[in-house]
Design a protein. Sequence first.
Length: 88
Amino acid sequence: MLSAIPTEIELESLLSPEVFSAWESLTKFIQQNYTVDVLWDIGRKAGVYECKFRKSGKTLCAFYAREHSFGVMIIFGVAERKKFEEGR
């Protein structure tokens, strides 16, 4: 667990201004449209920081901040996965 949540300045410095803009747009969209808990941790192999969005104790997605980039992991439930597989 992180001792302190990274500041916007720290994230922008790590990601770069252009990438931080995309990070900020996506994370703000999630927070404005969903009632979620935000949990920060170290990213381990996936990145420097991990930012998880959870609802009702389940992780919906996680963002991984890396140097000059970030990754996103979206968690599908059984029904969502079935819809995805059928549409594929």
